[in-house]
Design a protein around this ligand. Structure first.
Ligand code: MLT
Length: 312
């Protein structure tokens, strides 16, 4: 056996277009992150990365699509913390979260914002919480389905205020934002990658950010913690995965391209405008993403079980 044989695909990979599945609608926060990263990675790889939006079931349909794809490096997934929470929320998942994927690397950790339609009456988070508790049967909360980041943040919010609310699920917070702008839905907890421009433009109202400190792009928006929601902090980390069995050197080649993309000035600047920063080179690796996913499944399992919210 030749000691120098390596899978031909790895030596010449990629030879054709790569599909990056985003498990939420176009125009939402996950899609925004994916398109910026895919555009930059395409330049390095010399092949187009085409983003395909596969929404539904809080991101688990899109993840399942990739789990059952050819493990040849030409179908990859960009997903976020929902990969970890869905492992507990869904007791009948179409894939085994810790055994259906290979890892490429972490991409970014995005803060969230608690927002409302612009004419929502309360003027601060405390007033908003009082109002929501007093009108718990009529106030509507938008999210992107059980397993979405917006679902997780909404669940944490309802647990913190000890009040269940009426939720309205969408295939992504892109379409949810359309209804928030139109006043068809009242509140949402969504990532700055989807809300920053709307908040700055005054077309929605922001009550808090879920980051440990105020964000430079939203200097007037207090943190949830300083507004009375003690230890209400959640960051939406994103990772790139490939189907189980994808050759390790293909994943490494993708990781190298991801690391370059995360240093691309256009990616860095656009992320900054949207309230987030790229993951470090050390985190944009298969090992770092694997460790993150495993630790996050462990971290969120008891929180989800305490909230008692499951998908089936
Ligand atoms: C989520 O809520 O998980 C995402 O924001 C949905 C999306 O990216 O559209």
């Amino acid at each position: 056996i030749s000691l120098f044989t390596t899978t031909a695909s790895a030596q010449t990979y990629p030879e054709r277009t790569i599909t990056m599945v985003v498990p939420f609608s176009a125009g939402g926060p996950t899609d925004t992150v994916a398109r910026l990263v895919a555009e930059s990675m395409s330049k390095d790889l010399g092949q187009q990365i085409v983003v395909e939006n596969v929404g539904g079931a809080g991101g688990t349909l899109g993840a399942g699509r990739v789990a059952s794809s050819e493990a040849d490096g030409y179908t990859i997934l960009l997903h976020h913390i929902g990969m970890a929470t869905s492992a507990t929320l869904y007791r009948k998942l179409a894939y085994d979260t810790l055994n259906a994927f290979e890892y490429v690397g972490l991409v970014t950790e995005v803060p969230m914002t608690i927002v409302a339609r612009k004419d929502f009456e309360p003027t601060d988070l405390k007033g908003m919480i009082d109002y929501v508790k007093a009108n718990k049967d009529t106030v509507t909360v938008a999210n992107a389905g059980i397993g979405a980041a917006s679902h997780l943040c909404g669940m944490l919010f309802m647990s913190a205020i000890e009040t269940p609310l009426v939720t309205v699920p969408y295939k992504g917070t892109g379409p949810a934002m359309t209804d928030l702008l139109g006043g068809q839905v009242d509140i949402m907890c969504d990532q700055t990658t989807n809300t920053t421009k709307q908040i700055q433009g005054g077309t929605i109202k922001a009550y808090a950010v879920t980051s440990p400190a105020k964000l430079p792009v939203l200097p007037d928006v207090p943190t949830a913690m300083e507004s009375g929601l003690a230890d209400f902090e959640v960051g939406i980390w994103h990772g790139v995965y490939s189907p189980k069995g994808t050759p390790a050197d293909v994943n490494e080649r993708l990781a190298k391209s991801l690391q370059l993309a995360l240093k691309d000035p256009n990616v860095v600047d656009r992320f900054a405008e949207l309230g987030t920063v790229p993951s470090s080179e050390a985190d944009a690796t298969p090992a770092a993403l694997k460790a993150k996913l495993e630790s996050e499944i462990t971290r969120w399992k008891p929180v989800i079980e305490a909230a008692g919210q499951y998908a089936d």
